[in-house]
Design a protein around this ligand. Sequence first.
Ligand code: SF4
Length: 330
Amino acid sequence: PKPLLRVENLSVTLHTESMSIRPVRNVSYDVHAGRTVAIVGESGSGKTVMNMAPLGLLPAGVTSDLDGNVEFAGQNLLSLRESEMRSVRGGKIGVVFQDPLSALNPARKIGYQITEVIEHHKGLTAKSAEKLAIDLLGLVGIPDPASKFYQYPHELSGGMRQRVVIASGISAEPSLLVADEPTTALDVTVQAQIVCLLQDLQKRLGMAIVLVTHDIGVVSGMADDLVVMYAGSVVEKGPAFDILTAPKHPYTKALLASVPRLNAAVGSPFRGLAGLPPDLSKKLNGCAFYERCEFAMPSCAYKRPLLQQVGPTRYAACPLAESAVLEVAE
Ligand code: SF4
């Protein structure tokens, strides 16, 4: 079947007053109805810009040039006028941001922040919108939703605020929910609850989810497919289980090795990922991961690896992806 969202050769160039950078370079991926695709990468990998720029959600003072195609439910998002985009965003595409405090208006009762979205996208009367908002607060696990409706964001805990943001994100019954680091600002036990909530809502509502995260640990229980980004490009993509159990790109492998494991032997070394990603305002020669790659060969410094098919449903951008070298080096 045709994917619900098809991103094809998307490149994004951002301009501020003082500089231009190209944080997203030729990215392609598909999201099928009802499935979860996790976009994983360190901060600065382009994963957030890649999802926010096509929705017209960039910080004030930043303009962008977008190349490529982003087709959602048969509509090219890049050709929409701002007014058309406003009806898609928050409507058929729900959005959940990282920091619930900045996503909510501190001066408005939480219930009204949800009814606003419902009234705008579903055209309900104020009374019906209020009833639906209370139902949604209950659905996302907020206790005593009828009285919480009248509270302000600062009266709730961080986890409860993120539930409110999720309630708002799903209020127009989107077929796609884009969740950008939905658990990052929360403590670990609350993170797990929010992941469970998203999974539960997906089952009930049948929506697809694009989960943008730097934390490959978050995706393991949730994602069907994985897109691993490095320095603005996709370095590996395919079914999540296959990638998590047998990564084919050195960066994915390093990222997985840097996740602390609960069952690791006591005293076994924790391997963080050393070094920094390259400066995206400069032209890249060769492989972007060259400086940090433990398998780098001299040719990697000047030969840019392309994303290639390395299995029936797997892609990786490294000439070693198909060789046994990565396994042997474990
Ligand atoms: Fe490492 Fe070379 Fe592969 Fe890049 S192309 S990931 S530097 S082995």
